[in-house]
Structure formats: C-alpha cells, structure tokens
Design a protein around this ligand. Structure first.
Ligand code: CO
Length: 462
C-alpha cells in the first residue's frame, strides 16, 4: 500500500492563508531542498498566483514558473486551472484556452488540475485535449458539494466520462472543507470502482474534518492527498504534510517522502509565517477551526463575505434571514456548487432578495447570464419562474457558451504590437488586461533605469 503527497505551500496554502502574497524571492532558497522531499507533485502555479504576481508582487508569472522549473528539475510541477475560465471568472474562446495550456506546459508545468465550478464537462474538454496533445498530465477535478442532485452514483458516472475524455487522474476537490470522513469513504470507494485512474483528494482544514477525511480517503483507496508543510497548514489551508506522513507510515503505508527534508522545509518557512503574522497579512483567525460551514452548508469564505456585505449596508440584523434564503436561491439555480463565482452570485442574490423585501425583485447581471447558460449546464433544474423573470422571452443557450466566442489570441497579439514581447505576455494581457498593461509599463520603466545606469560609464570613455 502506497500513498503519495502533493505539497501546496506555494499555491493553495499561500492563497488560503496569506492572500497569495508570497513573492518568488521568499521561497527561492528552499526550492532545491523541496526538490528532494519525494513529493508526488508540488502545486505551485495557477489559481490566484497568476493574478497576484501581476497585481501585487510586480512579478511576471511566467518567469516565476520558469525559475521554479529550473530550481526543481526532479519534481512534477502542478497548476490549478478553471477549465474554460482559465484563471479568471469568464469564459475564454478555445484558441486562448489552447494557447494558455500549451504555454503553461512549455514553461514547465507537468500536471494541470482542471475543474469547472458547475462540473459541466463541456467546459473542461478543450483544456484536457490540449494538455494531452502537449504530453501534459490532465487531472480532472470534481467540484465537490452536497445537494439532492449530487449523488454518489452521479459522481461515479461523471468520473467515467472524465476517463473517456482523457483524464490521467481524478481529483475530488472539496474547496469548502465540508467533506466528512464517511462521505470520503463512500465517494472514494465509488470512484475507485468506477474507473482505474489514480485518485487525489483535495480538502481544507476549515471545519476541522480534513485529517480524518484524508485518513478515511486513503483507507478507501485514494492514491494521493494534498497537504501543506505544517507551519503553513491548518485553518483554511490543507492539513499538515508531516502529521499525515507520520500517521500513515505507522499504519503501514509506504511513502516516498523523506521526513528529514520536511523538517528543513518547515524550518525555512517558519520565520516567513511569523513575518506574515507580524505584518497582519496572516490573520490567526484563518488558522483556527470554524465549524459554521457545516451548520449552514455554505463555505466559510462565503459566510464572511455575506457578513461584511450586510455590515456595509447596515443590515447585519438580517443575517439569519439571508442564511435561510441562501439555500433557497441555490435550489432555484439548480444546486450549483458554492465555489467562485457561484458562491458570490448566490450570496449577493440571497441578500438582495431579503433586503429588498421581495424575492428576485432585482436580478443580478451574473444570475441573468447564468440563467442564459453562459456558465454551462446547472447540475439540477432551474426554477422556471426565475428563468422567466430573468430572461423574459429570450431563449437560453443550449450549446457550449465558448462556441459562441470569436477567436481572440492572434487579434490581441496584433493589437498589442511591441507592448507584448512574447505569446506569454499576450496571454497575461488577455487574462488581466489593465493589470498586465500596468505591469508591462512598470517593467519597461525599470529596464530604462538600468539602461541609463549602464550607459553612463560609456559616456566617460568619450
Ligand atoms: Co483548495
């Protein structure tokens, strides 16, 4: 029996605990050590890292990836990709998705974990196909949630389709950390029965279930678990790598992990964690256990968003009503998993329904687009009255939304001209236009400073 580990400190732990504010130079010094730890993979790119590099850290995300690749030649590098949304919240045309996947692999990614918020497989197929074409490893993730329409049988059937589509592994992605040990046992068994692919479990410690859930998942046959080095584990992050290695080894599981290397890695990150605690960017609250998500069946992040939204509108006394309305809106929308961008969409609509004193008096732009089918197929049936109110006589799309989008890459490349120095720059711009533009300008200004500096001594020669 063997179990393997994906280390998340550079991506999900970084994103969940410190809003993805870890600059490359802070972790550069430990990469060659991490390369010797024996991980199945290191999740280091995608998700919010790309946006954060450009927006807050003044780093070229592509260059970051190339540098990680160079420092870790022996480890599989992994990224998170939101299917047809890539790293953002809207659908991109297929040519952009293909180019993004191709360049990600060319710059050093081995494993691309691809998911869709609605589990609409049509939103995954282009990214999966392109990953396979470029000899990458396409790991298809199920966005895990519970609802009357999300049954074990349906998840198992979905996994069969994912295998047919070209997945090289399956991941159960429990972004809210609400999967219980019993649910993990049942779902892992059902998936292992339905397909022959390696199975990865991804969860968060938010509600305190994660260690038990990982243990039960491994007992039920999960091959890989996502964990974070201990000083960046717990709370909204993943369970601790060292703890699970210790417990599972004692139970007779084989691992490739070198525990001495884990000690070195943790010692390296400890002062970094302390620095973020001191600066306030790491709030000790996110490292604690919060079981509210289990009571309300909504993710912790969504709950804190709702609370701050109601506070801003001086309506915090309406919180209980909004919490009762939230599952009703979710039901009307056909039970979407409450993951970005659905969690925001459902939360804002529920708050509007309560604050305006009438359900769907004001229907948000995103909810309308959702009803139109722009996000894909809902897991369950939409409430027909809501659809009528949202769309009037307009007919929803039945096909794949991306099929309605014009190719964009070559056109944008031509428009950008010299501003973009590479295809990677063009992709950064397509993903986050304003932020990328600012970044390009800052990069140019920085270089001009250096040019002046090197020209000056030449002048003296004259
Ligand atoms: Co996660």
């Amino acid at each position: 029996m063997k179990v393997q580990f994906t280390e998340t400190v550079l991506r999900d732990a970084n994103q969940s605990l410190i809003a993805t504010r870890l600059p490359f130079e802070k972790f550069e010094g430990i990469l060659s050590t991490m390369d010797k730890a024996g991980y199945y993979s290191v999740e280091c790119w995608g998700g919010a890292t790309f946006d954060s590099c450009l927006r807050f850290l003044n780093e070229d995300p592509w260059e970051r990836l190339r540098k990680i690749r160079a420092a870790m030649p022996n480890t599989k590098l992994q990224m998170l990709l939101r299917g047809q949304n890539l790293l953002g919240y809207k659908h991109y045309p297929d040519d952009v998705v293909r180019k993004f996947v191709e360049r990600s692999i060319a710059n050093g990614i081995d494993i691309i974990r691809i998911f869709d918020a609605l589990n609409d497989l049509r939103n995954l197929e282009v990214a999966v196909d392109e990953t396979n074409k470029n000899n990458g490893h396409a790991s298809i993730a199920i966005s895990y949630t519970t609802s009357p329409v999300h049954t074990i049988k349906k998840f198992a059937a979905m996994v069969k389709d994912m295998e047919k589509m070209g997945a090289k592994s399956i991941c159960i992605k429990d972004m809210a950390g609400v999967m219980s040990p019993q649910e993990a046992t049942d779902l892992v068994k059902a998936i292992k029965d339905a397909c022959s692919l390696p199975l990865v479990l991804h969860t968060h410690c938010t509600t305190g279930l994660a260690f038990m859930t990982c243990l039960k998942a491994v007992e039920a046959g999960a091959d890989v678990i996502d964990t974070a080095i201990s000083c960046f584990s717990g709370g909204t992050s993943q369970p601790a790598t060292e703890t699970l290695v210790y417990a599972l080894k004692q139970m007779g599981y084989e691992t490739d992990i070198d525990e001495k290397v884990l000690v070195e890695i943790n010692n390296y990150f400890k002062p970094i964690r302390d620095e973020y605690l001191a600066s306030g960017l790491l709030d000790p609250k996110v490292m604690a256990t919060d079981t509210q998500a289990l009571n309300y069946k909504i993710p912790g992040g969504m709950l804190s968003n709702l609370i701050s939204q109601l506070k801003m509108q001086n309506a915090i006394d309406k919180l209980d009503e909004v919490l009762l309305e939230t599952p009703r809106v979710r039901e009307d929308l056909g039970y979407p998993p409450l993951v970005t961008p659905m969690s925001q969409m459902v939360g804002v609509q529920a708050a509007n329904n309560v604050l305006l004193g009438e359900r769907y008096k004001n229907i948000g732009k995103e909810v309308k687009a959702y009803c139109r089918g722009e996000y894909g197929q809902a897991p369950g049936k939409l409430n027909p009255e809501l659809v009528k109110k949202a769309l009037g006589d307009e007919k929803p799309i039945t096909g794949r939304f991306a099929d309605t989008l014009e190719p964009q890459f070559e056109k944008t490349k031509a428009e950008l001209g010299d501003t973009a120095r590479s295809d990677e720059d063009v992709l950064s711009y397509i993903a986050f236009p304003q932020i990328a533009e600012k970044f390009f300008a800052a990069r140019k200004a920085e270089e001009e400073k250096h040019v002046k500096y090197t020209i000056e001594p030449l002048k003296e020669d004259k």
